[in-house]
Design a protein around this ligand. Structure first.
Ligand SMILES: [Zn+2]
Length: 123
């Protein structure tokens, strides 16, 4: 999404919006260790391929930024009632938890197709 948007600040904001949409959809959350590993690997790959100042990387940061408050709560640095992101506070519904990976695989495949098409149009 960030690569499509093309402007760093707007890409970061679009990332936050995609997080909101993702939270609204039924999805499966993994344990913290796996999520951290997947996140770290994805961010490292994006940083290496796109650069840390790229809209793609900044869009990804925007996409994960809302969950920083979950990490702060897990570390005891924030109380659950201090969270502000609407799908984390109940102001907007959080998508039901499912066991299937189908949604994540479909969203990942769509994201890769979009990235491939944007890359193809750059050359
Ligand atoms: Zn979230």
């Amino acid at each position: 999404m960030g690569r499509l948007i093309g402007r760093p600040a707007a890409a970061f904001g679009a990332g936050v919006v995609t997080h909101l949409v993702g939270d609204l959809l039924p999805h499966r959350d993994f344990d913290l260790a796996l999520e951290t590993l997947l996140l770290g690997g994805t961010l490292l790959a994006l940083a290496a391929s796109e650069g840390v100042h790229s809209p793609a990387f900044l869009g990804a940061l925007g996409g994960v930024a809302p969950d920083v408050e979950h990490g702060l709560a897990l570390l005891g640095l924030m109380d659950d009632d201090q969270k502000w992101f609407p799908t984390h506070t109940g102001r907007l519904p959080h998508g039901c938890r499912i066991r299937s990976l189908a949604n994540q695989v479909a969203i990942g495949a769509i994201a890769l197709l979009v990235l491939a098409s944007v890359r193809g149009s750059d050359t």
